[in-house]
Design a protein around this ligand. Structure first.
Ligand code: HEM
Length: 445
């Protein structure tokens, strides 16, 4: 397909790029660095980057399910840290709203009209159904849900298996390489390209767009946020073209065609269509990618579990659940309270922001014994909250599970053992939880 947009420079096509821009900006403007004074202000990204968030959340959980943080660069908010409390809040979507109008789904607040005017900026919005309440959410979710049925997963299985096998066969032996770039990103973007019927040669654009769209911290820096909007506009233009090409054709099996021809599509404006595509790209990208890296890192940290996997491939389906629990690639989702209410003994007011820390719920010792251990035989691994809960529970969960299961099965078939053999760098963010670099070496068992 001939595209009209400028291609990003080659270096921008590896991931993640937004964080590099943020670092460079903060080096030049140290006065913009955030300061965090509250001990439970877990919006600070260094604790995830340095992998030292566990004791902070464990201390909060020991004291209670909810904690008010009155001062933070992201404004005041409640930390919701227990498995039970997170499920409770998610089960009441009218009382605890996801909608963008109320504040959206991340810990960041949107700028109000006064702040926008002060900064001389226009509002840039991409409406997505993850940030909508019922009934609008229901109609829009319906346009994409048919792409994730068990029958569709069966249809995609062969393709995903074939590509995964080919990639594993091509990995260098006796050489250290970055698993994030060579495997996690490649498999995830490839899968999204198949799902969207996206031009194969341009598939790394999906990674590039997703990294910019999904970085919550970059949005705090004005210049970078504007660059982000520019990149998202380019992305919208690209998809506009794909849409125009497919709108007049017979319905195809790809997700874009499926959405265009869905009877529920008439509930969506072109802007919402675009917003929902971004949602699918971001939703399906960092999450699965970081679990693929998390599995390798987890097996390396717990060699007894890697041995169990090698000796017992029947454990793979449960290992997938456990690895998703252990990694929890999205650290949080946010809700906003719509009416004063009492919640687990605390007075929560209309307008209060509640941050549901899936990372913490998935390490809740009341539900998961020895929660900081990866245990692929764990009987209740499926109770993890990494996909959320309730009406917004991840619509792509089956696809993510399929890719992760196929990866483990194909690794097992080839008797591949992957060791961490070099640098490990985590993502510096409070939303996406994962790895930026994971240097490994491949051997066999
Ligand atoms: C929603 C996690 C993979 C698309 C969500 C939510 C979470 C999540 C936490 C919000 C749930 C809530 O608010 O209760 C994950 C994880 C994944 C993954 C951990 C991989 C391990 C995918 C994939 C896709 C996808 C592969 C699609 C290609 C979406 C969409 C939503 C969503 C469209 C919005 C659902 C709604 O609001 O109704 N995901 N996701 N996700 N996810 Fe995923």
């Amino acid at each position: 397909m001939a595209t009209q947009i400028a291609q990003p420079p080659a270096t921008y096509r590896t991931s993640p790029v937004a964080v590099d821009a943020l670092r460079a900006h903060l080096a030049e403007h140290p006065e913009e660095k955030w300061t965090h004074t509250h001990p439970y202000d877990v919006s600070r990204s260094d604790i995830y980057y340095e992998d030292r968030w566990q004791p902070i959340f464990a201390e909060m959980r020991a004291k209670g399910p909810l904690h008010w943080v009155d001062e933070s660069p992201v404004g005041p908010y409640w930390n919701v840290v227990s498995h039970k409390a997170i499920g409770h809040v998610e089960a009441l979507p009218e009382l605890f709203s996801s909608s963008w109008e109320h504040g959206g789904i991340t810990i960041l607040n949107k700028l109000d009209e006064e702040q926008l005017a002060e900064q001389g900026r226009e509002r840039f919005e991409l409406p997505m159904f993850i940030a909508m309440d019922r009934p609008k959410h229901t109609g829009q979710r319906r346009t994409v849900a048919p792409a994730f049925t068990p029958a569709e997963m069966k249809r995609l299985d062969d393709d995903i298996r074939h590509r995964t096998g080919e990639l594993l066969d091509s990995l260098p032996r006796g050489e250290v390489f970055d698993w994030v770039d060579k495997v996690s990103i490649e498999l995830t973007t490839g899968m999204l390209a198949i799902l969207f019927g996206f031009p194969w040669e341009d598939r790394r654009l999906l990674t590039f767009w997703s990294d910019w769209a999904g970085d919550t911290e970059i949005a705090m820096v004005r210049d970078l946020d504007e660059m982000r909007h520019e990149i998202l506009r380019e992305m919208a233009a690209y998809f506009q073209q794909l849409w125009a090409e497919r709108a007049n054709k017979e319905p195809g099996p790809d997700l874009i065609s499926m959405m265009i021809h869905s009877p529920a599509m008439n509930q969506m404006s072109p802007q919402e269509f675009m917003g929902n595509l971004v949602l699918l790209i971001v939703g399906g990208n960092d999450t699965t990618r970081n679990t693929m890296s998390g599995i390798i890192h987890g097996f390396d940290k717990f060699p007894d579990q890697r041995k169990l996997f090698e000796e017992n491939p029947d454990l793979i389906p449960n290992a997938v659940q456990e690895c998703i629990r252990y990694q929890t690639p999205l650290a949080h989702m946010r809700r906003t309270c719509t009416e004063d209410t009492e919640l687990f003994g605390e007075q929560v007011k209309a307008g209060d922001k509640l941050v549901l820390w899936y990372l913490s719920g998935n390490r809740d010792e009341e539900v998961f014994a020895n929660p900081d251990k990866l245990d692929i035989t764990r009987e209740n691994a499926r109770r993890h909250l990494a996909f959320g809960y309730g009406i917004h529970r991840c619509v792509g969960a089956r696809l993510a599970e399929l890719q992760l299961r196929v990866l483990l099965e194909e690794m097992h078939k080839r008797r591949l053992r992957v060791h961490v053999a070099g640098d490990v760098e985590r993502v510096r963010a409070n939303f996406v939880h994962g790895f930026r670099k994971l240097e490994v070496e491949v051997t066999t068992f």
